[in-house]
Design a protein around this ligand. Structure first.
Ligand SMILES: Nc1ncnc2c1ncn2[C@@H]1O[C@H](COP(=O)(O)OP(=O)(O)O)[C@@H](O)[C@H]1O
Ligand SMILES: [Mg+2]
Length: 356
């Protein structure tokens, strides 16, 4: 029996559909409830697609998942998969520690150190907040004086974790396909504005640190590799017009021939080393045309991955056909539950029932 946290619009929609279709026993678990540990008693596994932009989830997700793993459950996402989610500072130290090709990155938690470094650094560099998606909290810093101004703000008022409501309006306008969609979006605007204002109030401000990354010029797109178990999916995302940023541009290029296979190899190696179940990697190329990792994330748009015409396995063999990430994740979790049960059976201990 597995548990699923039902969050409409997330991976859980397809998990529930799949289990219902295939007769896989599951029950709904509210991972935000105070009795979540009790709710999970007797379960073999748990699936919870928690988002970065909902404070309720962010406050407890990592802690609940760590506790449930202690309880003996196979959880998606497991700790290795999500402890660094939406945390570019965690990702910097993690990727450095395992020798992964991270774009050179600097983090300072002391204003004096930051200012001294800024003095000697060459510009431009990329400034990022540790959190955020769709390029919302990423900008190019052209000069030392700009960097100093950011540094002052970082160590005083800070920055809102949620970017302004009107941020990226051009992209929204560009990705509106027709008049119908335009009117739909306009009709939704008051509600989404209210939602945004509530979120802004709830979400914290980012302050007390500053993050810079080497700017890799000349990348017209980034390469997104998504690893799910033994499968690698790849596509490219074109930058916004006259912008260095691809993430969130909505312009996806599906052409497996154009994907640099070194990115696939690196993604498999890093995912293995980290012990992750599913992870997306954003690659950019440096001046020597070496692929470098900019960001990793366990959460991504499943539709974009499903649109890939196929995937590679570890041997580099291409498997044609569309795959729903949710289904691949679920199948892998069920396999890991079976493995645990077999192992526990041979050791004669019960799985998932050590807490009363
Ligand atoms: N160091 C960099 N040099 C050049 N472009 C970058 C760099 N870092 C990020 N970008 C561009 O900005 C986009 C957003 O950056 P990313 O770190 O992935 O933030 P997000 O979490 O918002 O997706 C990337 O898709 C890439 O196109
Ligand atoms: Mg990104």
């Amino acid at each position: 029996m597995i548990g699923i946290h039902d969050r409409p619009g997330s991976f859980s929609d397809r998990w529930i559909l799949y289990c219902t279709d295939k007769g896989i026993p599951f029950r709904r678990v509210n991972c935000l409830a105070t009795d979540v540990v009790l709710q999970c008693k007797g379960l073999d596994g748990l699936l919870w697609h928690w988002p970065h932009d909902d404070p309720q989830h962010v406050i407890v997700a990592r802690q609940v998942i760590t506790a449930l793993e202690m309880q003996g459950l196979s959880v998606f996402p497991n700790v290795n998969t999500c402890w660094h989610f939406d945390d570019k500072i965690a990702q910097k130290y993690l990727l450095e520690s395992i020798g992964a090709p991270l774009i050179p990155t600097w983090v300072f938690t002391n204003k004096g150190d930051a200012l001294r470094w800024i003095e000697g650094a060459a510009w431009p560099k990329v400034f990022k907040l540790r959190c955020g998606a769709g390029s919302a909290n990423v900008r190019l810093v052209h000069s030392r004086s700009q960097a100093i101004a950011l540094c002052r703000q970082a160590f005083s008022s800070g920055f809102p974790a949620v970017a302004g409501y009107l941020t990226d309006m051009q992209t929204r306008a560009r990705t509106t396909r027709n008049a119908h969609e335009f009117w739909q979006r306009l009709a939704r605007a008051p509600r989404s504005l209210l939602k945004f204002m509530a979120l802004r109030r709830q979400m914290h401000w980012e302050r007390g640190y500053i993050y810079f990354q080497e700017f890799l010029p000349g990348n017209a797109f980034d390469t997104r590799i998504t690893i799910i178990g033994d499968r690698a999916f790849g596509f490219m995302r074109a930058n916004r017009p006259n912008d260095f940023r691809a993430s969130g541009s909505g312009s996806i290029i599906y052409d497996p021939e154009k994907i640099d296979k070194r990115c696939v190899e690196i993604a498999f190696q890093v995912a293995d080393r980290m012990g992750t179940q599913s992870l997306s990697f954003d690659f950019l190329f440096n001046q020597q045309h070496v692929p470098m990792i900019g960001e990793i994330s366990y959460s991504y748009k499943s539709l974009a991955v499903h649109a890939c015409e196929g995937h590679w396995d570890r041997e580099g063999t291409w498997h044609a056909g569309h795959v729903w990430p949710e289904e691949a994740i679920l199948e892998d979790l069920l396999a890991s539950c079976r493995q645990r049960t077999q192992k526990a059976g041979s050791l004669n201990i019960s799985v998932g029932s050590s807490v009363g």
